[in-house]
Design a protein around this ligand. Structure first.
Ligand code: SAM
Ligand code: SF4
Length: 463
């Protein structure tokens, strides 16, 4: 999932931190939640090296971009952003510029050749080496570390929370991906799948709860294949991990992302149903509604398998919120096959979707095997049809909630007015409601009756 609102978000200075740091760093994050979570690990490593965070890159000694390669547009955004730093670096030649994340991994040393102002290139598994790389770069040596690892999970590093609302946080539970979807660059930029020590996940979640956080999202490219075997009690599956985290406190909400339709088990669904604090919401990327295209994508399920998963989720949790990812115009997709995607959406009735047109990524299996033969205007037109249909479904889904009452976790002031609170219901829908004159605060749970809706927000009154 890529949250458009957060793209390019910069780190806030550590709140209430009185110490004056000898040096300042600035970090901007792009791409999926995993990257935002990684930036919090990087912040923690830099903090240990005497770097304080700034939101103003002009005063930084070290400027970092945590980058995304998932589509060509994401890479272009980063290249444009680098240009903005050029002028500042001209005036302050001592300032170091580092590129982290997937684009660093994909381009490796080529990055230094292509973008002359870059001093440091670090891949997602090499953040522990940042202090050494910075020292080398300070001495005038450009540096690269893009080694991928089979076991790095940063389990022992306590992340510093990015511009946090103090209520919701991400906890990374695994890294990498073994799935090899043919369109996807992630297996090449983030390496092999590995699961993080379950105890360290539970401890980090407990610590967050004790510090006042009330919702955590367990993160991985494919959370349902979480498997941690080195425990005295035997192997821990994702269902078991969910239960362990849910048992920390009934006041701590649990979410997770992303699930792969081939891996989400009945065990996970029953665990979700059993605990009220595990949110009733699943992000289940479909990508295409046509079995031939799904095969070309190497998604390893069919249209029927996907629809049977949706049916199963609704049997076990009739009130479960559902969202998806869709790609339009994958290699050789016919009009009829595109219609299959629209009809899978009709049958599944997602509350929300992330929708993209196919962007060929160098080095992926699809780039090597198939020709990117759907004209750009056809991809765009199909994408528009997908978006229009989803908008209609979202409107209908949100409208159907009018009159219902939901438990909402208050996350803070609404974007539009500090006289309103905003927060999510269990289905992950944003709810906005007037504060009235009560003594409620961020992190409290309230019951809200829905009185009106748009296609992305519910409005209501506390009861
Ligand atoms: N692991 C997750 C999954 O399987 O859904 C997330 C992968 S990726 C960060 C998020 C989404 O980007 C994918 O689900 C897919 O819809 C989209 N995506 C990935 N590669 C793409 C490409 N080459 N062109 C267009 N969209 C792409
Ligand atoms: Fe990419 Fe597929 Fe892995 Fe998701 S599951 S990260 S789409 S290869």
């Amino acid at each position: 999932m890529i949250d458009e609102v957060r793209q390019g978000e910069a780190f806030a200075p550590f709140k209430g931190d009185p110490s004056v740091f000898p040096k300042k760093f600035y970090i901007e994050s792009y791409g999926c939640q995993m990257n935002f979570s990684d930036s919090e690990i990087v912040a923690s490593i830099l903090h240990g090296e005497g770097f304080g965070a700034t939101r103003n890159f002009e005063e930084a000694d070290l400027v970092l971009l945590n980058t995304c390669s998932i589509r060509e547009k994401a890479e272009q955004t980063v290249r444009n952003r680098l240009q903005a730093f050029r002028k500042v670096k001209d005036n302050n030649p001592g300032m170091l510029i580092g590129v982290l994340g997937c684009m660093a991994e994909r381009l490796k040393a080529k990055f230094l050749e292509e973008e002359k102002l870059v001093d440091i290139v670090v891949g997602p598994d090499a953040y522990r080496s940042l202090p050494g790389l910075i020292t080398e770069a300070e001495g005038g040596q450009k540096t690269v570390n893009v080694l991928l690892s089979r076991d790095e999970t940063y389990a022992d590093i306590s992340p510093i929370r990015l511009d946090s609302n103090g209520v919701t946080a991400f906890v990374s539970i695994m890294r990498g991906c073994n799935n090899m979807c043919t369109f996807c660059v992630v297996p090449f930029t983030r390496g092999r799948e590995r699961s993080r020590d379950a105890e360290s996940i539970v401890n980090e979640s407990k610590d967050l709860f004790e510090r006042g956080f009330r919702e955590i999202t367990l993160l991985g490219q494919n959370v349902d294949s979480y498997y941690y075997s080195s425990t005295p009690e035997g192997a821990i599956t994702f269902a078991r991990l969910l239960e362990m985290v849910a048992l920390i406190s009934p006041l701590l909400r649990i979410r997770f992302s992303t699930s792969h339709p081939k891996d989400i088990t009945d065990d996970v669904l029953h665990t979700m149903a059993k605990y009220t604090n595990i949110c009733k919401y699943i992000h289940l990327p479909v990508q295409s509604g046509n079995t031939r295209i799904l095969q070309l994508m190497n998604r390893t399920y069919t249209r029927e398998w996907y629809l049977s998963k949706i049916k199963r989720i609704r049997e076990i949790m009739p009130d479960c919120g559902l969202s998806t990812d869709v790609i339009s115009g994958f290699c050789t997709e016919s009009e009829e096959e595109h219609s299959d995607t629209l009809s899978v959406m009709e049958k599944s009735r997602f509350d929300m979707a992330y929708m993209f047109s196919y962007s060929e990524r160098p080095g992926t299996l699809a780039a090597r095997r198939y020709s990117d033969d759907i004209p750009e205007e056809t991809k765009k037109r199909r994408l528009t049809e997908i978006i229009n249909l989803q908008n209609a479904h979202s409107r209908e889904s949100y409208k159907n909630d009018i009159g219902k009452t939901f438990e909402v976790l208050i996350e803070g002031n609404s974007k539009k007015s500090d006289r309103d609170w905003c927060g999510r219901n269990t289905q992950n829908k944003m709810v906005v409601f007037p504060k009235k004159t009560t003594s409620l605060k961020k992190g409290d749970y309230v019951q809200v009756k829905i009185t009106s809706a748009t296609s992305a927000t519910l409005m209501g009154e506390m009861i």
